[in-house]
Design a protein around this ligand. Sequence first.
Ligand SMILES: [Zn+2]
Length: 97
Amino acid sequence: MARTVKCPSCGAELMVKDGNRDFMFCEYCGTKVRLDDYQETRRFVDEARIKESENQKELELKRMEFEERARKDKDKGFWIVLVGLVVFMIVCYITCQ
Ligand SMILES: [Zn+2]
């Protein structure tokens, strides 16, 4: 993955080229950006990782929601069958008299 640094002056994302070792100049505002501390780069990577784990959490939540709905549908089916049976018995009882 390409390394990027954030310009401390204007906040622009700057692509670090192999030729730039110790510092580079912001292509937007011309500020000299030091490259010897990797703080900004590390933050960038961490944010990507956090986003990834959030996506996984969201996926897990969706899966649980889906299973919950499937379970409720099954319960509903049970009740429909039960009510149908009771109605059938009542109709039988009435017609048999
Ligand atoms: Zn800048």
